[in-house]
Design a protein around this ligand. Structure first.
Ligand code: SF4
Ligand code: SF4
Length: 272
């Protein structure tokens, strides 16, 4: 079985492709390139894998991506046997799993590998699973044949820009803002107060027509034991350690309970 077929046979992966590092370098800053070469001396290829995560859209105040198990761990667990097999087959080469934790431009890498198109909202859109996909990669110094990039573009309908409270300005994106530590500025508080969620933001995904028929995931990690909502009562009195123990496998814990508590407080204030 070839490498891509082996990856697609792993649990939770719907598509896999290869992007050459030399394709990515021109769109990276010097510090990103330096960061990547700190992870591996001379990376040449990126194996890119997509992990669909859409499950039933029940109402809740957590972003859809954060309701199931922490995708960082799910991706690392899924790809671990693949890098063991690759290391056995290519003992002279190096392989490293990355999942939203490196300077690698993952969305661009996935598009270059032919796994989907980049929407105006900056997300990768897969033809079947829409933008509800996590991207896991294996960085390697093995030279692999790149897969063909997808020639199409998104529909450019502008619905995401119209739905976005900050006009797709990534520096003010509510997904990052709801996860920000410390106090918020008055403008940031106003944005959080008006927002439906206390963690993340799905607005530019839910309005996208290319997501209308997005298939649900079959991965139990992202469709079982979901937590759609948190309340202040869930977090009351918890230290950071207790919070992590209560929710040991969730992506919303990485900043501790403080940002969630703050966001819930801002919204509760506006409800009274
Ligand atoms: S909402 Fe329209 S413009 Fe935005 S990503 Fe989807 S297809 Fe593209
Ligand atoms: S996640 Fe929300 S705030 Fe961020 S770009 Fe999309 S719609 Fe705008």
């Amino acid at each position: 079985m070839n490498i891509l077929a082996s990856l697609c046979a792993l649990r939770g992966i719907c598509a896999a492709g290869v992007c050459a590092c030399e394709t990515l370098f021109p769109c990276m800053t010097d510090s990103q390139r330096l960061g990547l070469t700190r992870l591996m001396d001379a990376p040449r290829s990126v194996l890119v894998c997509l992990f669909p995560y859409l499950a039933e859209k029940t109402p809740g105040n957590l972003s859809l991506y954060a309701r199931g198990r922490d995708y960082h761990a799910v991706i690392a667990d899924a790809l671990a046997p693949a890098i063991d097999a690759l290391a056995d087959r290519y003992p002279q080469n190096h392989f490293r799993i990355l999942a939203d934790d490196s300077p690698l431009p993952e969305v661009y890498a996935a598009a270059c590998a032919g796994l989907g198109v980049i929407g105006q909202n900056g997300l990768l859109i897969h033809p079947e699973y829409g933008s509800y996909v996590f991207i896991g990669t294996i960085l390697t110094d093995l030279l692999l044949e790149p897969t063909a990039a997808a020639p199409a573009a998104c529909l450019s309908c502008g619905a995401c820009a119209r739905a976005c409270p900050v006009g797709l300005d990534k520096s003010r994106c509510l997904s990052a803002l709801t996860q920000k530590g410390g106090a918020l500025s008055p403008e940031e508080e106003t944005l959080v107060r008006a927002h439906l969620l206390v963690w993340g933001c799905d607005l530019c995904q839910t309005v996208c027509p290319m997501n209308t028929h997005a298939k649900e995931t079959e991965n139990p990690a992202f469709r079982e034991h979901l937590i759609p909502s948190l309340s202040s009562a869930d977090l009351d009195g918890l230290t950071r350690r207790q919070f992590n123990e209560k929710y040991p496998d969730r992506a919303f814990t990485w900043r501790g309970p403080a940002p969630l508590r703050r966001n819930l407080h801002i919204k509760e204030e506006s409800d009274t």
